[in-house]
Design a protein around this ligand. Structure first.
Ligand code: GDP
Length: 296
């Protein structure tokens, strides 16, 4: 499924394979390979490391010519998966709900991701509750309420313009009272100054943790925004302890390499990928499927 959805991925894969399969891998060829990788948003340093590895492995020494596709696949998997734990921490301990805090810049797909995540939880026969703590964007609460109806999960909401922390507190309180498995809290993503963001998200997290630990902090990042989105995401990772990335709009991006860049620069694994606007368009990140899509 990932294979079909990754826009333009074939271009990168075909381009790389075409170059690597040349009879003679001269300097111009290696430069062209480097350009392709950098153009896919993998980042300069990882690109250079990858090219170094490919150079070594593609060297023909006496025996058979190495299989370009096999070598490329192995090296891409190693690059995308430096042994990170991609499990989602959605469970609490001893009958207490797990709490997933979803953060990120407005427009990245935060609310949509919360809705789709609720769908996944329901599909896994878990009980869930959503908290609409993005009280600054008028439409956000409505949007989440619509998602709640769509996937059959209750949404705890507060007054428009109300205190996000009090909505978050209330959602978790009700989640504990009802004994649900997971509470997912949507938050506001105004890109105000760092201090303001820190105060706001810090308070949301603190009031939740007066009741029970936050088990997962998911940072939502829009794959189509490239390096610029990454800089904004970094600000969030500096104000809360992010434990996983939800990379959205991968269906609309030809730059899947952002996965590599984001994991390296933020030091956290991509755990979920958004592959469309529908309720079933969120999936656990599958490294093998992703690399196959790049090479398809
Ligand atoms: P928020 O402001 O971060 O809460 O963003 P929204 O959840 O409102 O999403 C912004 C827009 O991105 C909406 O039109 C969503 O349908 C769209 N969107 C979210 N995730 C994806 C995705 O994975 N793929 C695509 N194509 N669109 C997405």
């Amino acid at each position: 499924r990932l294979r079909q959805r990754l826009a333009g991925s074939g271009t990168l894969g075909r381009g790389l394979l075409g170059l690597l399969s040349r009879d003679r891998l001269d300097e111009d060829t290696w430069e062209a390979i480097e350009d392709l990788l950098i153009g896919a948003d993998i980042g300069v340093e990882p690109t250079q490391q990858l090219v170094e590895k490919l150079r070594t492995r593609m060297r023909v020494e006496g025996g058979d010519t190495p299989d370009a596709r096999e070598v490329l696949r192995e090296e891409l998997v190693a690059l995308v998966d430096p042994g990170l734990d991609r499990s989602l921490h959605i469970s609490g301990t001893e009958g207490v709900p797990g709490v997933v805090l979803v953060v990120g810049v407005n427009g990245t797909g935060k609310t949509t991701t919360v809705g789709k995540l609720a769908r996944i939880l329901v599909a896994e026969n878990r009980t869930a509750l959503l908290g609409a703590a993005d009280t600054f964007r008028a439409a956000a609460t409505e949007q989440l309420a619509t998602w709640g109806e769509r996937v059959g999960v209750e949404v705890v909401r507060g007054p428009e313009g109300g205190d996000p922390a009090s909505v978050a507190f209330e959602a978790v309180k009700q989640g504990i009272d009802q004994g649900v498995d997971t509470v997912v809290v949507d938050t506001a993503g105004r890109l105000q100054n760092k201090q303001g963001l820190m105060d706001e998200l810090g308070k949301v997290k603190r009031v939740i943790e007066k009741q029970t630990p936050v088990t997962e902090v998911l940072l939502v990042l829009d794959a189509t925004t490239g390096q610029n989105g990454l800089i904004q995401a970094k600000v969030f990772s500096e104000v809360v302890d992010v434990t996983g990335i939800a990379l959205t709009k991968l269906d609309g991006s030809a730059k899947g390499g952002i996965v590599v860049a984001v994991q390296r620069q933020l030091g956290v694994p991509v755990k979920l990928v958004g592959l469309g606007e529908g309720p079933d368009d969120l999936a656990p990140f599958d490294v093998g499927a992703f690399v196959d899509a790049l090479l398809s």
